[in-house]
Design a protein around this ligand. Structure first.
Ligand code: KG4
Ligand code: ZN
Length: 304
């Protein structure tokens, strides 16, 4: 639905949430082979995110909790991304990071380096001062005329391209913070100049453009992650968020881990982009310490 508009249209997103929330919950319960009376608590995303969509989820969760007389648990979406590393799956190795670990959280809205001290205690030690890494992928993809979301498409096309074909400007940002808006602008101007000379430039160089851009973004991320590991002395390193699905980032982090002796945790693909399991696992840890929400809790579009 969003593809037709080249991005997420908030009003449409909330309407579709409204249409789908009941059938989706119903289908999930059937797939899990549970009935409402088996459920001991309901966890929902409080934020950050689009207010209209958050309202649909929180209203549904409140109604469900009230009608079943079970606890309501509010979840920070970003905490959810980080805690995917503790999801236990049947017949899987289920290796989990030890506290404290560093998590590079890279999504469409956030780029952060987090020291994870315990299940629910996290400290952000670096973050983007402008665009998120996923946003950089999506915006540059749009400039090349690729469909939304551009990240997965760039990843796919990059596999056929030369990562050293083109060079784009590297941000000069202190400490452990990130910046991606300069890269986006340099990519845009570079294409504009080349297309002036040759209108077919993008079409003829798509794979090399994708590979070079991906290489630049991944380098920025890995460099700061390595700096954070060195500064904190932490060698338990995890990735999370939609951009952690990126094969270039997964590969580069593996190479870095070997070089620097890190114990690396990369989520399974299905737990990289937004998913309900990450909200459930965070809800589980809050349930254990009885950290419940009341019925008057409001969603928040922005959260730290
Ligand atoms: O975590 P997520 O599903 O939603 C947010 O919380 O934002 O992340 C979505 C972001 C989008 O920007 C999308 O382009 C990016 O993750 N993404 C990727 C890949 N798969 C998803 N970026 C690069 N390579 C991928 N394979
Ligand atoms: Zn997300």
């Amino acid at each position: 639905m969003h593809e037709a508009y080249g991005g997420v249209v908030p009003e449409l997103a909330s309407r579709v949430h409204q249409q789908n929330i009941i059938p989706v919950v119903d289908q999930a319960m059937k797939a899990a082979n549970v009935i409402p009376s088996d459920i001991s608590a309901v966890a929902f995303t409080r934020g950050p995110g689009l207010m209209g969509s958050l309202l649909v989820g929180s209203s549904f969760a409140k109604g469900f909790a009230l009608s079943r007389n079970i606890p309501l648990i509010d979840i920070n979406h970003l905490q959810g991304h980080v805690l995917v590393h503790f999801i236990k799956e049947k017949d899987k190795a289920n290796r989990h990071p030890k506290f404290p670990f560093l998590c590079l959280l890279v999504s469409g809205g956030h780029t952060q380096i987090i020291v994870v001290k315990s299940y629910l205690e996290m400290e952000i030690i670096g973050q983007t001062i402008d665009d998120a890494a996923g946003e950089a992928f999506d915006k540059c993809a749009k400039v090349m005329g690729l469909p939304y979301p551009g990240g997965p498409m760039i990843d796919k096309l990059a596999k056929e391209g030369n990562a050293n074909a083109f060079k784009f400007s590297k941000p000069l940002i202190n400490d452990l913070d990130f910046s991606f808006s300069g890269l986006k602008t340099s990519f845009l101007y570079f294409l504009r100049d080349r297309v002036k000379e040759n209108p077919e430039f993008i079409e003829h160089n798509k794979a090399d453009l994708c590979a070079s851009l991906q290489h630049s973004i991944v380098n920025i991320l890995i460099e700061k992650l390595a700096k954070a590991a060195k500064l904190t002395g932490i060698k338990q390193i995890a990735l999370a968020g939609g951009v952690s699905a990126n094969s270039g980032l997964r590969q580069a982090s593996k190479e870095e881990a070997e070089k620097r002796n890190w114990d690396l945790f990369v989520p399974e693909f299905k737990f990289t982009t937004d998913n309900a399991a990450m909200i459930a696992i965070t809800g589980y840890f809050k349930y254990l310490i009885k950290e419940f929400a009341s019925q008057d809790i409001a969603p928040l579009a922005r959260m730290i």
